[in-house]
Design a binder for this molecule. Structure first.
Ligand SMILES: Nc1ncnc2c1ncn2[C@@H]1O[C@H](COP(=O)(O)OP(=O)(O)OP(=O)(O)O)[C@@H](O)[C@H]1O
Length: 251
């Protein structure tokens, strides 16, 4: 379970405009185990900054993050052990094969050779990576790179999974496969959080949705709650009402 409480983050203004950029302002939500929680918002809404604070890459100016009830600021190492993260920059090592990339992370987590091999086998099957598992990642397509980075993030079998725009730049079939994979993570009882700017994707996948606009939570709840709140039967119409526009939210 991941809890975000009153998160705030600003950045210095650069150039002629010296006003600080308020990237995230009083963002709070709870993402439960066995559920997929979606952060939906247009470009620049504050999704990546929020996720970075969740996985302790960035410290919030105020507010706090709890992973499985533990304060991330007090014990970042324990929190990171309980998290699998697909960051916005996928950053796979290009001189290594996909298998070696995943293996290396398993070693960093202190896993035995046998444990790592067993996990690679399971993850490669679930993500349909067999065709390219033993190729060097240099020259990989975006989908192949994303799958390698997801497998690497999950090698230590974390209970909580954070994915920054996992389907960004992927074709329809790869996206379908990845959605199925997220469903499997949910069925295994994991807490899954992913960000997206695509309404249809969030509507199709999520048990709970946090709608973010201009760094703030515009609305949150189950799809039914959001429909009721906005007074629309159609979830996508509800999003448009809650955010005030559909700009940047269509597939
Ligand atoms: N390191 C930084 N320095 C200055 N401004 C930043 C920095 N990181 C983010 N911002 C600003 O904070 C705001 C939120 O950015 P963020 O990347 O969190 O949005 P996002 O919702 O993830 O958008 P996208 O869908 O485009 O990735 C934007 O105005 C962005 O320009």
């Amino acid at each position: 379970m991941i809890t975000a409480e009153h998160l705030r983050k600003t950045f210095p203004g650069k150039g002629r405009d010296k006003a600080r950029v308020v990237a995230v302002d009083d963002v709070g939500f709870v993402a439960h185990d066995g559920q997929i929680t979606g952060l939906l918002g247009p470009n620049g809404a504050g999704k990546t900054t929020t996720l970075r604070m969740l996985y302790s890459l960035m410290a919030p100016e105020s507010g706090r993050v709890l992973v499985d009830g533990r304060d991330v600021a007090e014990d970042p190492v324990a929190a990171r052990r309980a998290l699998g993260v697909l960051p916005d920059a996928r950053g796979v090592y290009k001189r290594l094969t996909a298998r070696e990339n995943i293996h290396y992370f398993g070693q960093l987590h202190g896993m035995s050779q046998a444990q790592v091999e067993q996990r690679i086998h399971a993850l490669a099957a679930a993500l349909q990576m067999e065709d390219f598992l033993d190729r060097q990642t240099e020259g990989f397509s975006q989908g192949q790179r994303t799958k390698t980075a997801i497998a690497r993030a999950l090698v230590h079998d974390p209970r909580n999974v954070i994915l920054d725009e996992p389907t960004n730049g992927l074709d329809v079939m790869t996206t379908r496969g990845l959605r199925g994979f997220l469903g499997e993570l949910r069925a295994e009882g994991r807490c899954v959080i992913f960000s997206s700017h695509i309404m249809q994707e969030v509507a199709a996948l999520c048990d709970r949705i946090v709608v973010i606009a201009h760094g703030r939570v515009a609305a949150q709840g189950t799809p039914d709650e959001l429909r009721a709140q906005a007074g629309h039967d159609n979830l996508e119409d509800a999003f448009v009402t809650l955010i005030g526009t559909d700009e940047g939210l269509l597939a």
